[in-house]
Design a protein around this ligand. Structure first.
Ligand code: FES
Length: 108
């Protein structure tokens, strides 16, 4: 049976606006992004050849993969040139200044 779980990711105050942070949470590579004081968490593996999106350029809500310039909307994970392709996005919440991500978990 699978159950979602909230896992601590980062301190909210330590992420500056416009900053992107590469993290490994629960074995998953995640790019945590602060944009206009909103937080976003997407997979840090580009769907093309798994380059780290956290190293890409952010323009508005669009991040450009550093390897071959594929562009993704950080709100939905959608690849702008073919919306059926997506990087996973993760739900997040802030509690007491700590950012938590909702991860899929397995229970025994
Ligand atoms: S790995 Fe991202 S565009 Fe190629």
């Amino acid at each position: 049976m699978s159950e979602d779980k909230w896992i601590y990711a980062f301190k909210e105050a330590e992420l500056k606006d416009g900053e992107k942070k590469a993290l490994v949470i629960d074995g998953q590579k995640i790019a945590l992004i602060k944009k206009s004081n909103e937080l976003f968490a997407i997979s840090n593996k580009c769907v093309h050849m798994e380059c780290p999106l956290s190293k890409g350029e952010l323009e508005g809500y669009v991040i450009k993969c550093p390897c071959h310039d594929w562009r993704f909307d950080i709100r939905s994970g959608e690849f702008l040139d073919a919306k059926e392709l997506k990087v996973p996005v993760y739900e997040l919440k802030v509690s007491d200044g700590n950012i938590y991500l909702k991860m899929k978990g397995e229970t025994q």
